[in-house]
Design a protein around this ligand. Structure first.
Ligand code: SF4
Ligand SMILES: [Zn+2]
Length: 102
């Protein structure tokens, strides 16, 4: 997997968590502590993925290495922010969708 794709996955996650936090936690421009922890965890999983260079996108993964509570939180974020991403970050979203069908 290219570094570009890893960076893109990280960027996509950052944006999705930011959208979710902004709409649901109504704090300032910074992420709230719970969303910060979630993002930190997701990025850590991304860079420590046991598939290494053959890593699929997490959405297509059959293993799913997330802890149960983090997995549930990330699902909520995806559900909420997924549809909003196309308006907020169209180019990134289209690239991410292309990664999904790769
Ligand atoms: S969910 Fe799957 S693809 Fe994503 S980091 Fe964990 S093991 Fe890797
Ligand atoms: Zn938040």
């Amino acid at each position: 997997m290219s570094n570009n794709r890893l960076t893109r996955e990280e960027k996509t996650m950052e944006n999705m968590v930011a959208i979710f936090c902004r709409h649901n936690h109504k704090e300032n421009k910074e992420l709230c502590s719970s969303c910060s922890k979630l993002l930190e965890y997701a990025v850590m999983r991304l860079y420590q993925c046991s598939f290494g260079t053959k890593k699929p996108v997490c959405l297509k993964c059959t293993v799913h290495c997330y802890k149960q509570d983090m997995r549930e939180q990330v699902r909520q974020v995806m559900r909420f922010s997924g549809k909003r991403m196309i308006f907020a970050h169209p180019v990134l979203t289209i690239r991410h969708l292309l990664d999904l069908i790769e």
